[in-house]
Design a protein around this ligand. Structure first.
Ligand code: MN
Length: 241
């Protein structure tokens, strides 16, 4: 092969490689049909994606908010698309009164609407607090109900750790204005049982798997560095007012 032929061969190979990188239009996956744009929307994350590091890293927060939470919103919008009156209610109102949702879409609203309500609430419960503890009236109520903050933590950890499958652990206020720790499965919310949530931890694997894999207990231990006790205290005072 002459030098000239060699240059020509190389040029052709380069051109072929470049063409090879461009997929014909027919090979591109079709974009999924867009869900209805409303009536429910995804609230923006109230802090930067990396604000909870190192306890929950940016990649988990990004996927959890932009994909999981967003998908619950999209699926709730699909569920209520033919029920404009329902869409006028807040998502918390929907979940508080599931019995009034038409039976044909009740399970979809329970699952996807619960997913929206729970995640809306979850992000606002978090802040890098590095082991801060509750204060004031909330601390008094915790000590009255659980004897001490330490025994509250013990019960919270146990509830979140032993919840079978996917779900959430909660600190709530019941109708008698008493504190309680409880768990819900899947995307069920204590709102449906008439209680007021103060704090929650998401123990679905998507909330922690990238960093902690199967070690749910490690995620729960790290969560004590992420509780926004000021927000929990505000919620408590509002619930008992
Ligand atoms: Mn989640």
């Amino acid at each position: 092969m002459s030098r000239r032929e060699a240059i020509k061969t190389t040029a052709l190979a380069t051109a072929a490689a470049a063409v090879g990188n461009v997929k014909p239009a027919s090979a591109q996956p079709a974009p999924p049909a867009a869900p209805p744009a409303g009536p429910y929307t995804l609230p923006p994350l109230p802090y930067a994606y990396d604000a909870l590091e190192p306890h929950i890293e940016a990649q988990t927060v990004t996927i959890h908010h932009d994909k999981h939470h967003a998908t619950y919103v999209a699926n709730l919008n699909k569920a209520v698309a033919d029920h404009p009156a329902l869409g006028k209610k807040s998502v918390d109102e929907l979940i508080r009164d599931l019995a009034s949702v038409p039976e044909a879409i009740r399970t979809a609203v329970r699952n996807h609407g619960g997913g929206v309500a729970n995640h809306n609430f979850y992000w606002l419960s978090l802040k890098k607090s590095e082991g801060a503890a509750p204060k004031g009236e909330l601390l008094k109520a915790i000590e009255k109900k659980f004897n001490s903050f330490a025994s509250f933590q013990e019960q919270w950890t146990k509830t979140a750790t032993t919840l079978f499958g996917s779900g959430w652990a909660w600190l709530t206020v019941d109708a008698g204005k008493e504190l309680r720790i409880e768990a819900t499965s899947n995307q069920d919310s204590p709102l449906t049982a008439g209680r007021t949530p103060l704090l929650t931890i998401d123990v679905w694997e998507h909330a922690y798997y990238l960093k902690y894999q199967n070690r749910r207990a490690d995620h729960i231990a790290a969560f004590y560095h992420l509780i926004n006790w000021d927000t929990v205290a505000e919620r408590y005072l509002k619930a008992i007012a």
